[in-house]
Design a protein around this ligand. Structure first.
Ligand code: DC
Length: 224
């Protein structure tokens, strides 16, 4: 492929965005930016520093004192908050259950979107999130909107947890995913919606490889 482009991958929770984004970035030798991890990092900080998640002013002030960075580790990408490795901590249920509330604040989004655009300046980027194609990189050459049924997404999360030795209740997982979808899609600031020029891909029943291949086809048609 000649010239490095920007690829935006949006969609609801657990639709497989980060899995395919990572594979694509590796194959294309692009940089992968997990914007959800950035909102999770702020959520972790608010929990640790006991900042009320509904207090937008205090949270926005907090964001200005935090530096989020990414580094490539041997087992995948690592996330750092003010130099501390928070890769595992931001995946814990306390963060997951609070992140939609924290990420709904305008002040937080303004600051993180600024940082995300900075990371994408030079192109050669695969960025995943909820508002990448609509708000962060509206000029992205390729926009994908990944969806999958709630049952399938809960099922994938259930198996993923099991492989890590974590026992979870399937029905609770499903309820949590539905609650997060609802909050992310109905918030006032940059809600989760498909960009007009995004290609919608339903991954229900598809393997990771099939999803990656479909996206590669989209990239080919958009770039040529
Ligand atoms: O992709 P994820 O599940 O790690 O994202 C965590 C939360 O962060 C998600 O529920 C909504 C929020 N988010 C967002 O508002 N905008 C983004 N670009 C990425 C994530």
């Amino acid at each position: 492929m000649s010239g490095k482009i920007s690829i935006a991958i949006d969609g609801p929770a657990s639709a497989g965005k980060s899995t395919v984004a990572k594979i694509l970035a590796k194959e294309l030798d692009y940089i992968y930016v997990d914007t959800g991890a950035m909102y999770r990092a702020i959520t972790l900080a608010s929990l640790e520093q006991q900042v009320d998640p509904s207090d937008e002013v205090k949270l926005t002030e907090l964001v200005h004192h935090l530096t989020i960075s990414f580094e490539q580790g041997t087992d995948g990408q690592l996330v750092f908050l003010n130099g501390r490795d928070i890769t595992e901590a931001i995946r814990q249920p306390d963060v997951t259950n609070l992140v939609s509330q924290v990420s709904a604040h305008k002040g937080i989004r303004l600051e993180l979107v600024k940082q995300q655009r900075q990371l994408a300046l030079r192109g050669g980027i695969v960025m995943d999130g909820r508002d990448i194609g609509t708000a962060v990189l509206p000029q992205a050459e390729v926009k994908i909107f990944l969806v999958a049924s709630v049952n399938e997404r809960a099922d994938r999360r259930y198996k993923e947890n099991l492989s890590k030795g974590i026992m979870t209740d399937y029905e609770s997982l499903k309820a949590e995913i539905e609650a997060r979808d609802h909050k992310d899609s109905t918030r006032k600031n940059s809600p989760l919606i498909q960009a007009e020029d995004a290609v919608r891909l339903d991954t229900t029943g598809l393997s990771i490889n099939e999803v990656v291949e479909s996206i590669k086809k989209v990239i080919k048609t958009k770039v040529n």
